[in-house]
Design a protein around this ligand. Structure first.
Ligand code: TYD
Length: 209
């Protein structure tokens, strides 16, 4: 375990799978039970990361695939070193939207980059740090798209990718979860937010014991 005294939980899944909602519900529950919680995200969980987030999500025009992978890795390196590790050393519970599995799934799913190389790049960036638990909110990309459409927000660069891209991202996440069953909890994100939250709490409780 790389997390020091605290507990490190990441949430993964396609765009529109409900990560932010679940992170908020879990965070509130943990705080109500008296725990110190840090909610954060990638990209953009630090000041430097905000600048990188702006580039990777809102730059008009192409970014070369390797440059994009390096930008996410740079965000990750700074975030882990300056935000996540210090929080875990304090004993906090870190709840994080997205981590290196997103890089493997998204940057690897373009099929240009090798998934293993993308993962190794992130592991180098984060000095090998891996979460105690990764919650994968699994959802059919068509359902996720319907949720995003109804949210009426402009799409960022990755959200605007075609449906088949999101299908590959989903498969990549499921393959990652199958390869590391002890780190992952896969949740059917089509259920009600309350039912999903209860499933997540049950798993987190076992880690807190
Ligand atoms: P996210 O912050 O979840 O977007 P939103 O808050 O709008 O739901 O993620 C932003 C996008 O960044 C998402 O489409 C996935 C992508 N992403 C990658 O491609 N690689 C990565 O390593 C990470 C962390 C995110």
């Amino acid at each position: 375990m790389t997390s020091g005294r605290g507990l490190w939980i990441t949430l993964e899944g396609g765009d529109g799978s409900g990560k932010t909602t679940q992170s908020a519900l879990l965070g509130r529950w943990l705080e109500d039970s008296g725990r110190a919680v840090l909610r954060t995200r990638e990209p953009g969980g630090s000041e430097v990361g905000q600048l990188i987030r702006d580039i990777v999500l809102h730059h008009r025009g192409d970014i070369a695939p390797r440059a994009e992978a390096l930008l996410y890795a740079a965000d990750r390196a700074h975030h882990v070193a300056t935000v996540v590790r210090p929080a875990l050393e304090r004993g906090d519970i870190v709840l994080q939207d997205r981590y290196l599995d997103s890089s493997v799934a998204y940057q690897g799913a373009g099929r240009v980059l090798d998934a293993e190389e993308v993962r190794d790049l992130s592991l180098w960036a984060a000095e090998g740090a891996l979460p105690d638990l990764t919650i994968l909110l699994d959802l059919d990309p068509a359902d996720a798209r319907a949720r995003l459409d109804s949210a009426d927000k402009p799409f960022d660069r990755l959200e605007a990718e075609k449906g088949e891209f999101h299908g590959r991202v989903r498969e990549a996440f499921l393959a990652l979860a199958a390869g590391e069953p002890e780190r992952f909890l896969v949740v059917d994100a089509a259920g009600s937010p309350e039912a999903i939250a209860a499933e997540i709490r049950a798993r987190v409780e076992t880690l807190l014991r």
